[in-house]
Write a new protein. Structure first.
Length: 155
């Protein structure tokens, strides 16, 4: 399942966001919040962790997706968020890719585990649309505007 939203502002027009979530209502709300926040980056939606790994670490010789950030849910079928994160951190090509856990869980074990596995941030999905809109704005401003990350890995 793939959803696209144009290109953000001229300074970040090449940004791509990978949203990994199996809940279609949460995906719809996230896409709406980004659009309403002025975030017009291209958004690729993966329905679970396995689909995300297939995009980021393809084994069929296809070109890997290199998003600016990954927004990763925790509880998903086939491959969970933590397992996805573990695989991404184990591969040199995705080791430094910013991964933000975007989930409804506030369980301390999930939070600790996510950071132990190398998550860059942990954000609880707000319940209300107004709160979700504010969270989307904050994520966009920081991760797509303020944060500086390498364009290529230097080893």
């Amino acid at each position: 399942m793939i959803a696209e939203l144009g290109a953000w502002r001229a300074s970040v027009s090449t940004d791509v966001i990978l949203l990994v979530d199996d809940n279609s209502d949460d995906v719809t709300l996230t896409l709406w919040a980004f659009r309403k926040s002025g975030i017009t980056s291209k958004i690729i939606v993966a329905g679970d962790g396995q689909e995300a790994v297939d995009l980021l670490l393809p084994t069929d010789g296809s070109t890997p997706l290199r998003p600016t950030i990954v927004l990763l849910d925790i509880n998903m079928p086939r491959m969970s968020g933590p397992e996805t994160l573990r695989l991404l951190r184990a591969d040199p090509t995705t080791k430094s890719l910013p991964v933000i856990m975007l989930t409804s869980s506030v369980d301390d074990r999930d939070i600790i585990s996510s950071y132990d596995l190398g998550a860059n941030s942990y954000v609880q999905k707000p319940v209300g649309s107004t709160e979700f809109l504010e969270a989307a704005k904050a994520l966009g401003v920081y991760w797509l505007g303020v944060n500086i990350q390498p364009r290529t890995r230097v080893d």
